[in-house]
Write a protein that binds this ligand. Structure first.
Ligand code: 13P
Length: 345
């Protein structure tokens, strides 16, 4: 069983200068697609489950599907990460359930909507680090609120997202504050706000530096070189999949995502984990629409799900390769969580 902690994987990524896509999972076909892509490219994997995924699939189903993934691909190191934990209690449940990494998102209060104070964020994140590190589990925190620099809005995804209009000082992580935050909490990885947001509608035009603040990553990295940076809302929103969805009856307005080249620039400046959910959703939706539109007599959902799985696999393979992850699986010797505990003492 090659479950490893996020800390171990991102330390390796930092040492060798690559980034790791963290794919959100909700069902069997997504997990199979990611694992198949990892197997082909020989990449380590981060599977992450949000509160929405736990609600959709059920925590036990998710856990057993991920166990099946690890059993089926014994040479691929897998991190099981909890995305956007709204409270220490949520993180504690995930740790008990076998997650090797948790995110405590204290940038928002427990309702996952109201921006929280800095002191609240430090306090809840510090508590989770204490609890998680005691059993070798890694912790990702978040400083600054994810949201669009164009509109000031966060957008809501799976129940997570700041409500109302946010000012630029909330939407952009402050590098000096990041240093203080890491020292006070001891997080392993830090999600930063640089203008990205969850979902398909990120940018109304191809993003430039004023709405996607890639430059800020280097400034944050300079303050906290030992902390792994995380880019949320990092789907690239492939125009070719939007076209397929529209061609087969879907209604998706003009929108743009985070270009892969911008993520590659981020990786050069210390980004090690790149969160991707929407791209897999778009590819699967496009493939399913196409299958049923072209074969209107088809009533076996597996036909559409096979196409969806292939489409998702294509996205995953492309990201593993683009982020420099391909070929790294063999170079990682799994460290048991019990041994990770000693690193925090
Ligand atoms: P996307 O919606 O851009 O795929 O982002 C996913 C994410 O950040 C999950 O935490």
């Amino acid at each position: 069983m090659a479950f490893i902690s996020l800390r171990q994987l991102l330390d390796h990524a930092a040492e060798h200068g690559y980034g790791v896509p963290a794919f959100n999972v909700n069902n069997l076909e997504q997990i199979q697609a990611i694992m198949q892509a990892a197997e082909i490219t020989r990449s380590p994997v981060i599977l992450q489950a949000s509160a929405g995924a736990r609600k959709y699939a059920g925590e036990a189903y998710l856990r057993h599907m991920v166990l099946a993934a690890v059993e089926s691909h014994p040479d691929i190191p897998v991190v099981l990460h909890q995305d956007h934990g709204a409270s220490p209690a949520v993180c504690q449940q995930s740790i008990r359930s076998g997650f090797t990494s948790v995110m405590m998102d204290g940038s928002l209060k427990e309702d996952a909507k109201t921006p929280a104070s800095y002191d609240y964020n430090v306090e809840v994140t510090r508590r989770v680090c204490e609890m998680a590190h005691a059993v070798g589990v890694s912790v990702e925190g978040e400083l600054g609120c994810l949201g669009s620099l164009e509109t000031g809005e966060a957008g809501e995804e799976d129940g997570v997202g700041a409500a109302g209009k946010l000012s630029h000082d909330l939407l952009l992580t402050d590098p000096v504050q990041a240093k203080d935050f890491v020292a006070a909490t001891q997080v392993d990885a830090l999600a930063i706000a640089i203008g990205t947001s969850h979902g398909a509608y990120k940018f109304s035009r191809q993003p430039t530096g004023d709405i996607l603040a890639i430059e800020r990553i280097a400034a944050i990295h300079a303050q906290i070189p030992g902390t792994h940076l995380v880019m949320h809302g990092s789907s690239s929103v492939p125009q070719e999949w939007l076209a397929i969805i529209r061609q087969y009856g879907g209604d998706i307005k003009q929108t743009f995502g985070v270009p892969v080249e911008e993520i590659q620039r981020g990786i050069k400046s210390g980004v090690r984990k790149i969160n991707i959910d929407t791209d897999i959703r778009l590819a699967m939706t496009g493939a399913m629409r196409k299958t049923f539109a072209e074969q209107p007599g088809e009533f076996d959902p597996r036909k559409a799900l096979i196409a969806a799985r292939q489409a998702a696999q294509g996205i995953c393979q492309a990201r593993f390769e683009a982020f420099g992850c391909a070929g790294q699986a063999e170079r990682i010797k799994p460290i048991a969580l019990e041994a990770m505990v000693r690193r925090y003492r």
